[in-house]
Design a protein around this ligand. Sequence first.
Ligand SMILES: [Zn+2]
Length: 223
Amino acid sequence: MTDLVRPFPPVNFLDQAKADLESGLDPAVELIPAPEVLSWVKRTFLKIGSPLYNPEHEHISLLVESIEEDKGFLTFAWASAPAKNKNSLVLGQCERVAFRAGGWQKARQEQQMREWFGFTPTYLITLDASFCETATDREFCALVDHELCHIGVERDEDGEMITSNVTGLPKHRLVNHDVEEFFDTVRRWGANSDTKRLANIANTAPFVPDTEVERGCGAVVIK
Ligand SMILES: [Zn+2]
C-alpha cells in the first residue's frame, strides 16, 4: 500500500441512505467533511511528477499551498446521495463558498464550516459518496478532475496566468463547462465549433493511461 490510496467514504456513512432506499424512501441527504480527499488530490493531481498530475490545475496548487495554513483555499465533503437537479442527478459539485445571508444565519453557516474544517474555504467540492463508493478508479479520478476544472484562473491574451497585485497569487474564478449543448440541436443544425472540438477530443484516445490511474489510486505498489 502507498500513501496514494484513493479515498473512500467512511464505512457506515451510507448505511442510512441504503436503508432508506431499500424501504422505498427518498434518502435524507447527509453531508460530512472530507479533508482526506484534498490530501489525496494534492499528492496525485497537484504535485508535479505525481501519477495524475494535471498542469491545468497549477493555479489551484499555488493557491492551496499558499492559503491553506491560515484560511483554506479548497476542501471537500461527502454527500450520502446524489443531488437532484430537475431531471438529472448531480454526482459532484464545485462551489465558491458564499453565504447569501447576514446576521445569525451567516454566523451559523460560518460556524458549521469552522466546526467541519476549522475555516471557511474559498471553494468546496462535494462528492456523491454513493457513487464514489462503487465507482471505478477511472470514474472517480475523472469526477474529481472534472470538479477541479471548475476552479479556473484568469489569463491574459498570451495565456499567462494573471496574478493579484496585492497577494501575488493567481486570480481564480468559478468557471462553467467548455460545452453546453442539446443533442437535438446538433442533430438538426449541426455542431458548432465547440461541439466539434469536443467530438474530436472524444474520438482520440484518453490522455491518462490506466496504469497511471492505478498508480494514482494506490492499486499498484510503487517501489
Ligand atoms: Zn461540472
